[in-house]
Design a protein around this ligand. Structure first.
Ligand SMILES: [Zn+2]
Length: 225
């Protein structure tokens, strides 16, 4: 499994855990019967962990904002315009990702943004178009065989590999430069050989991605929502 991109959680036992949301607010989850003063004490004890997480969140780079999106590592402004194309859809024009509604259907307002669902569909398709053939290529290079590929928007993983040799990828990998996406593919393919994160597993990853540590770090620094 490629590492959790979203939030770090600190599990303290007894069903108590601490985490920070994307606004940097601390969320304490605990069974009802645990008294408040115990939780306050725990928060005090973990202040240095909390500060570290806050610092990490500040450094995080959002991949998708209200009016921009990262696509294969490049930042594009989002815009809606009538480009006089026969069919509507998304078009890359310089550093803009322009959405043209199906022609004749909509009046375009100033500062209008593409519909969220349409954008997600476009991003998901772009991810599939890159990842599916690339996974086959890299599997061939690594001399490995998998059963099938599934695309999901997972809350906790960039990818995973099941014991049935099925590969799962998070379509939001589409935000990253191709070498970073390749790292996740290589990581999951390496799990076909080693179903763990042992030294031998990492040695196999390193054989096909010499910069995997750098790529891991880029994934960790990204904020997805
Ligand atoms: Zn893994």
């Amino acid at each position: 499994m490629a590492n959790n991109p979203y939030q770090r959680r600190n599990k303290l036992g007894f069903g108590i855990s601490l985490k920070l949301n994307h606004q940097g607010q601390l969320i304490v989850a605990a069974p009802k019967l645990i008294p408040r003063f115990i939780l306050d004490q725990l928060v005090d004890q973990h202040q240095s962990w909390i500060d570290k997480q806050k610092k990490r969140l500040k450094k995080q780079q959002p991949m998708l904002g209200k009016n921009f999106v990262y696509l294969f590592g490049k930042r594009y402004q989002l815009r809606v315009a009538d480009l006089h194309q026969a069919v509507g859809g998304f078009f890359i024009i310089d550093d803009e990702l322009v959405y043209q509604p199906p022609s004749g259907l909509t009046i375009i307002k100033k500062n209008q943004l593409p519909p969220k669902l349409k954008l997600e569909k476009f991003l998901k398709n772009s991810a599939i178009n890159y990842l599916a053939p690339r996974t086959h290529q890299l599997a061939e290079k690594m001399n490995l065989k998998f059963s099938r590929i599934v695309f999901k928007q997972q809350k906790t993983r960039w990818g995973s590999c099941s014991s049935q040799k099925n590969l799962n990828f998070n379509w939001r990998l589409v935000h990253f430069p191709p070498p970073v996406i390749d790292y996740v593919i290589i990581h999951e393919l390496a799990h076909l050989v080693h179903l763990n994160h042992s030294a031998r597993f990492w040695a196999l990853v390193a054989k096909f991605d010499g910069k995997y540590k750098q790529h891991k770090k880029i994934l960790r620094q990204a904020a997805l929502d």
